[in-house]
Each structure stands twice: as structure tokens, then as C-alpha cells.
Write a protein that binds this ligand. Structure first.
Ligand code: FES
Length: 87
């Protein structure tokens, strides 16, 4: 069976964390709690990826996003969930 989980890697380095990823992480966790419990989202943190000037950074299914907000992250993940579980 194909892996239909959306892979989310959020930078927990001090710059990204202080500039918004703390809130983004909390928002993702609360918004997608059921999906995480069902294994539809795999959420992991990373250390600083030496790209602080584009932060706060997040990677969704291998695609990097900079200057991310919590609302934008939730929308991107929702879209990935829809696309990945279609059909
Ligand atoms: S803290 Fe996120 S790239 Fe440096």
C-alpha cells in the first residue's frame, strides 16, 4: 500500500522558532490532531537548516516554503491531504 501520509518537517532552530514556527507547530498540532492520529500526517522537527534568512521555514512533501505563517502552513497541508488521498 502506498504511503499516503503528508510529510511535514518544521524548522525548530532558534531563528525560525522565534519568528513564528513555535505558533505554526502548535497550530498544526491542534488543527490536524485527528489526521496525525490516523497516520495521515507525519510531523517532524529539524535543527537549523542554515537558511534562516528565508525563515521561518517548513518543508511539506519535500517542497520547501519560506516566510511561512501558521495559516499558510495549515492551508498547504490541507491541500496536500486532499491531493494525496484522492482516489
Ligand atoms: S533556524 Fe530555521 S533555518 Fe536556521
Amino acid at each position: 500500500m502506498a504511503d499516503k501520509a503528508v510529510h511535514v518537517r518544521i524548522c525548530m532552530g532558534s531563528s525560525c522558532f522565534a519568528r513564528g514556527n513555535s505558533d505554526t507547530l502548535a497550530c498544526i498540532r491542534s488543527h490536524f490532531q485527528v489526521a496525525q492520529d490516523q497516520g495521515l500526517i507525519r510531523l517532524e522537527g529539524s535543527l537549523c537548516e542554515n537558511n534562516c534568512h528565508h525563515g521561518p521555514n517548513i518543508v511539506i512533501n519535500g517542497r520547501p516554503y519560506g516566510s511561512i505563517t501558521a495559516a499558510a502552513a495549515v492551508e498547504l497541508i490541507e491541500n496536500e491531504l486532499k491531493n494525496q488521498n484522492r482516489g
